[in-house]
Design a protein around this ligand. Sequence first.
Ligand code: SF4
Ligand code: SF4
Length: 296
Amino acid sequence: MNEFHEPKPSSPIVPVQLGLDDKFQFHCHRGIACFNKCCENIDILLTPYDILRLKKRFGLTAREFIDRYTVDCTLDAHGMPGLKLKRREGSTACQFLTSEGCGVYADRPAACRYYALGLMSMRKKDSPVEEDSYFVVKEAHCLGHLEPKVQTIREYRIEQGVDVYDEINREWKRIILKKRSSGPTIGRPSQRSFELFFLASYDVDGFREFVKSTSFQEVFDIAPDELEAMASDDVKLLQFGFRLLKQVLFGERTIAIRPSAVEKRLQRYQQKLREMAERKAQQLAEEQDHVYDSLD
Ligand code: SF4
Ligand code: SF4
């Protein structure tokens, strides 16, 4: 996800907001003198769909990919877990960089596809959806801005294949935006909520096992055909995970809970209340015994 900050005087972000049909001048190609420069000093935040594509490319489980190719980071002040692409050992370069260019080009992350554009998503007050706008990022080393090719943002997005990434990551980005913008009304999620966020966002294979577990299915009422689809379709599983996160983080009723689970929760709560009352009664009785003992 591209994160937008207010442009500073030295910022490479050109402070002009562009829409899909606005044009900009840029062309990156193999013959350009700066070829590979942008991949020699990386800071790439990964999205859930980036991880799906790359782990599939390498034939790894999500966990194996995470352990081998990513480093931890945080997405907000509360420590929401994020992942960045790991740099090459002892260098700032991307470990997928080769002398021929990107070694994972067909599955490169969304941030690499967007470059040299920045994306900003904002929701206006009282609007149910966010609006996207774009900014050109002009870094001194990048000579692509001097090339004569001019295209619209829409054409560039199609050429770079970002649509499918944005579509699949959309709800995930909404969760992060909502979490960041809600401030103290939501507060810091519990450690278990963060663990679930990590599992559902990045470790899709681990999340599948979790969804298949008896304890999960005793609580959530999921239609058999949805369960079957999620057993083999990683994207469907991701989308389900984002719905679950909205329920866990924001209390939205996105997935039905079995009445029996509600009943069990109520029983557990009543049992706790009974135990507390018994402990209190016992404590009182002991205190009274002490008083009688002191009268003897
Ligand atoms: S994934 Fe490819 S395009 Fe992205 S930084 Fe690495 S080498 Fe460059
Ligand atoms: S033109 Fe820019 S994006 Fe393309 S290789 Fe050069 S530095 Fe990288």
